[in-house]
Design a protein around this ligand. Structure first.
Ligand SMILES: NC(=O)c1ccc[n+]([C@@H]2O[C@H](COP(=O)([O-])OP(=O)(O)OC[C@H]3O[C@@H](n4cnc5c(N)ncnc54)[C@H](O)[C@@H]3O)[C@@H](O)[C@H]2O)c1
Length: 431
């Protein structure tokens, strides 16, 4: 495996609440002001071998990951604000946390974006690339990546989509093969959204790509095929943070005990820019599809019709400016048990969206880079742990259960590092 030597560029598409919270946090850790809370790659251990061996190193001491000191940040955004201004506008971090890293953030200025309001209705931008075709724009993104690498003397780079959720697009013939995709870029076909241009550009440059939003982006046959051909790891979609993260913990618990589900009503209020974008029905539809998919896959109503046939599942997001980034999510879960007796579970999660998402961006950047050095390519299903709508090979159901995803994540690390996978069989006591 190629060593994690030299510097790693982390380019985010979008320099909004999530990206700036991520960058400010990494710099704050580097300057000794905070701990990387929420990041598995920085804080979690991994058990190796039999329990009797007592080996449980930190993941970062076991897997050769880039050091935080070796990360160099860049971004694209249609809004020209530098990362400090963007972080202040996002209102996630307090001034007392921004001030000690203000110089660092002010130096991160977004490159012009490939952007069209048609795909994200609520954003108006002035920091834009121009070109006659979408292919032109994508070639400019490729050049940005190359220039960023050479300007900063980087060894390699990764790209993470932390930009707004685009409108819902269904995969069509334009996304079926690389040739059709490239022709569609050349004739400015509407089915090619800006997010796809970044994904294409990154893959063409041999740079891993992770998609933190629910839009189609890299999740098309054409781009997955391209990633395979070019030997590039890709992953997505949609960071699994607040409500859906808890859903993928609770639903497996109900199923593990064979308790029935009559309905699950989820509603949210949030007031950040993401909430404003999701207030547009076309962007919300993309998010809704992503949030709705998890329960059916976990509960398997076709296998357990007595428990899960026809349960109601509703997800609402309400834009409510006073809340800013501090989302409030309510879940009302109607379950039933022995002799059909009904019960209810209520969850009220007062979370902070970007505080939950920032460590996921860090882990995805580091693990995508690790995957690339380990020779992995195409869809990285072992990174499903981080996503609401994990990408899966054609014809396969994605895995949504957080704990199966965690086992897969850790077993993949063990496998890549030549350690035995852990099955929890505990055979040592029987032999
Ligand atoms: N925070 C979470 O918990 C969470 C969880 C899952 C997914 N997400 C997704 O992450 C994304 C970012 O969230 P956020 O809160 O930072 O939003 P944000 O609105 O604060 O930032 C998004 C930024 O992306 C920019 N942008 C839009 N289109 C672009 C393009 N084509 N090229 C470059 N930049 C572009 C916008 O101008 C904006 O500055 C959203 O899609 C959101 O749905 C967030």
């Amino acid at each position: 495996m190629k060593a994690a030597a030299g510097k790693l560029g982390v380019l985010t598409v979008g320099l909004g609440a999530v990206s700036t919270t991520f960058m400010a946090g990494v710099e704050s850790v580097r300057r000794g002001h905070s701990r990387p809370i929420g990041s598995l790659t920085q804080m979690a251990t991994i058990r190796l071998g039999k329990r009797t061996e007592g080996r449980a190193p930190l993941i970062k001491d076991f897997v050769p990951l880039a050091e935080l000191d070796d990360l160099v940040f860049g971004a694209w955004d249609p809004i020209p604000d530098d990362a400090l201004t963007a972080a202040r506008k996002a209102g996630v971090l307090d001034e007392r946390d921004l001030a000690p890293v203000a110089d660092f953030l002010a130096a991160i200025k977004p490159m012009p974006a490939a952007f069209e309001t048609k795909y994200v209705a609520r954003i108006q931008g002035t920091n834009l690339k121009t070109g006659t075709t979408k292919r032109d724009l994508a070639e400019q993104i490729r050049k940005d990546i190359r220039d960023f690498i050479s300007r900063n003397d980087l060894d390699r780079a990764v790209v993470v989509w932390c930009a707004s959720t685009e409108i819902f697009i269904t995969p069509g013939p334009q996304h079926a093969t690389i040739e059709q995709f490239e022709r569609a870029m050349e004739r400015n076909d509407d089915a090619i959204a800006p997010s796809m241009l970044y994904a294409w550009a990154a893959i063409m440059e041999g740079v891993p790509f992770a998609n933190g939003a629910p839009n189609l982006c890299v999740d098309t046959l054409a781009l997955i095929d391209l990633a395979q051909q070019k030997g590039v790891p890709v992953s997505g979609k949609d960071f699994k943070t607040g409500q859906t993260w808890l859903k993928t913990v609770l639903a497996p618990a109900l199923k593990a005990r064979m308790l029935g589900l009559a309905g699950w009503y989820s509603t949210n209020i949030l007031g950040n820019r993401d909430g404003e974008v999701l207030d547009d029905p076309a962007s919300f539809k993309t998010k809704e599809e992503s949030k709705l998919s998890v329960l059916h896959t976990i509960l398997q109503p076709e296998v357990y019709p007595d428990l899960y046939k026809d349960f109601a599942h509703v997800v609402r997001i309400n834009y409510y400016p006073p809340r800013g980034d501090n989302k409030e999510g309510w879940d009302n879960i109607d379950i039933f048990g022995w002799m059909n007796y009904p019960m209810q579970i209520k969850i009220n999660f007062l979370c902070r969206d970007s505080i939950l998402a920032a460590p996921l961006v860090l882990d995805l950047a580091l693990l995508s880079d690790f995957a690339s050095r380990a020779g992995m390519k195409g869809i990285q299903e072992w990174l499903s742990f981080y996503y609401k709508s994990p990408m899966a090979a054609a014809g396969l159901q994605p895995e949504h259960d957080l704990f199966i995803q965690q086992t897969k994540l850790k077993n993949t690390m063990r496998h890549l590092m030549g350690e035995e996978q852990i099955t929890h069989l505990g055979l040592e006591y029987y032999t």
